[in-house]
Write a protein that binds this ligand. Structure first.
Ligand SMILES: *[C@@H]1O[C@H](CO)[C@@H](O)[C@H](O)[C@H]1NC(C)=O
Ligand SMILES: *[C@@H]1O[C@H](CO)[C@@H](O)[C@H](O)[C@H]1NC(C)=O
Ligand SMILES: *[C@@H]1O[C@H](CO)[C@@H](O)[C@H](O)[C@H]1NC(C)=O
Ligand SMILES: *[C@@H]1O[C@H](CO)[C@@H](O)[C@H](O)[C@H]1NC(C)=O
Length: 467
């Protein structure tokens, strides 16, 4: 009898189990269908969390953790966090500078009547400062750790260097070439020095570099070679700037890693080792970490062609063809994007769209947000809502559609920018006119696997790239 009743209860439990399994499956399906139209956001998740969750899973030998400069996982999180308005002002300075370079290059090239001098104006010009994403790399033998920002809009890598004639405060001890057994000078007659395009010669004929950035920041010093440790990989004779005279708002990072397309970038220098492929996932400010990996491409990504713009040779361009809001494409001609060209930039924060495209996007977004009270603009972000009274909010899904029908459906952290509960803004801004270069900024890139396959001239997007 006892056996029978326990068998019976087993049977009931089993049935209950399958019943719940069914319910759960049904729920999952409807949640997924819903996700195509809009995101349901827990408002708490929009605001910075107070802890950092680092994964402890082992990484590949050429993969590094990436943290947001102002996120909880950065040791620099609190000391130097600028206000949202200041951050967006710096972002606008970068964008103005990109547009200035593009326009200036065109007017300067025309007199020569050809593409022979393509790219020269920019390599002679200033580069772009600011990048919000940080990695830890090693220089020298024995190796020492340095926390640097990385930027797809910069070619040269540099770190502050002893003897400092002028260095800003950083957390780690300065790199000291005399303490490294693998350090060597580069002669100013060497092709490596000439690769810099703008270089100097010291009294002992060693190569000098001088890198200026958009807001009068600069790094100036010797261009040298030493061992670079990237995760557990060793890159011998890596060429980088040993900055004796550095000034600017580098946010207490120890320097910059250049992921651009030029000859001096780490991507070009390591082409034998990694085949000019790199990938990253940029985490959102409020949570966890991402990665930066050299070499091996990531599975489950869809590729769109990588394009080149001779006016901006450091940058990675691609072809944006459409934008969809809640599954419906905005009624826009693809030439609105292909006319000025579209770049993918890890250093710009907020994406910049042609005014015509921005208006269409904003209007469609607003239609889905009518139940929320509007709030005043936040700097360049003009479509904001006060969600103080809500625990969850519904925002329409937004997708960027690239050539070859590669659809990148944005993470919700790529749709809205939340400074506080009383101000959640659409995270896009507009260019001054439809002829200015379109920029896909790092907010919209959040949580994708993005693969830059420079050898095969293609850029890949995959979902859920960060842990
Ligand atoms: C823009 O062009 C002017 C002269 O035409 C030149 O002096 C200046 O350096 C250029 N700026 C950049 C960033 O190329
Ligand atoms: C550092 O470089 C700047 C800009 O080139 C220069 O004006 C300044 O004199 C240099 N400072 C030192 C201490 O060498
Ligand atoms: C770079 O800094 C040195 C001193 O560290 C200074 O003598 C030199 O003029 C600077 N060069 C440039 C181009 O600013
Ligand atoms: C946001 O909405 C709340 C609740 O309605 C209100 O108390 C608060 O004043 C609003 N804040 C702003 C900045 O408008």
């Amino acid at each position: 009898m006892a056996i029978f009743s326990s068998l019976l209860s087993c049977y009931i439990l089993l049935n209950l189990f399958f019943f719940f399994l069914l319910i759960e499956k049904k729920f999952l399906v409807s949640a997924r269908e819903l996700a195509e139209e809009h995101h349901v956001i827990d408002v708490k998740s929009l605001l910075p969390s107070s802890f950092c969750s680092m994964p402890d899973k082992s990484m590949s030998s050429s993969r590094l953790n990436v943290v947001h400069r102002h996120g909880q996982c950065s040791s620099r999180a609190r000391q130097d966090k600028p206000s949202h308005v200041e951050l967006l002002r710096q972002d606008q300075a970068r964008v103005d500078y990109i547009h200035f370079q593009a326009a200036n290059a065109t007017t300067r090239l025309n007199p020569f009547g050809g593409s022979l001098f393509a790219g020269v104006p920019v390599s002679l010009g200033k580069a772009l400062r600011t990048s919000n994403y940080i990695i830890i790399i090693g220089f020298g033998t024995p190796t020492k750790s340095f926390s640097v920002a990385f930027d797809t809009g910069t070619d040269i890598t540099w770190t502050q260097c002893v003897p400092c004639s002028n260095c800003y405060t950083q957390k780690d001890p300065f790199y000291d070439p005399t303490q490294s057994s693998t350090f060597t000078d580069i002669s100013c007659n060497s092709e490596y020095c000439i690769d810099l395009k703008k270089f100097g010669c010291s009294s002992t004929s060693t190569c000098l570099y001088h890198q200026e950035y958009d807001d009068n920041s600069y790094s100036n010093g010797s261009f040298i070679q030493d061992t670079l440790t990237f995760s557990s990989d060793t890159i011998h004779n890596f060429r980088f700037g040993c900055g004796h005279n550095n000034s600017g708002l580098f946010g207490q990072t120890d320097g910059l890693l250049g992921l651009g397309r030029g000859d001096v970038s780490i991507i070009s220098q390591t082409s034998q080792l990694y085949g000019k492929i790199f990938s990253y996932c940029l985490p959102s400010e409020t949570n966890t970490i991402g990665y930066l990996e050299l070499g091996s491409s990531v599975p489950d990504v869809k590729y769109t062609p990588m394009l080149t713009n001779p006016s901006l040779p450091t940058f990675y361009f691609l072809k944006l063809i459409a934008i969809s809001v809640a599954g419906a494409r905005l009624a826009l001609s693809p030439t609105i994007f292909s006319g000025p060209g579209t770049m993918l930039d890890s250093g710009t924060v907020i994406s910049r769209l042609p005014p015509t495209a921005y208006s269409a996007l904003r209007d469609a977004f607003k239609q889905y947000m009518t139940k929320y009270p509007m709030a005043p603009p936040l700097s360049i972000l003009d479509t904001c809502y006060n969600i103080t009274n809500y625990e969850t909010v519904y925002v329409p899904s937004i997708a960027l559609i690239f050539d070859d029908e590669v659809t990148a459906t944005l993470d919700f952290s790529g749709i809205v920018y939340t400074s506080r509960k009383s101000r959640m803004c659409l995270a896009f801004a507009k260019n001054d006119d439809d002829s200015e270069v379109v920029i896909i900024g790092n907010v919209q890139q959040r949580r994708f696997n993005i693969v830059y396959d420079v050898g095969n001239l293609r850029i890949g997007f995959g979902a859920n790239g960060c842990s």
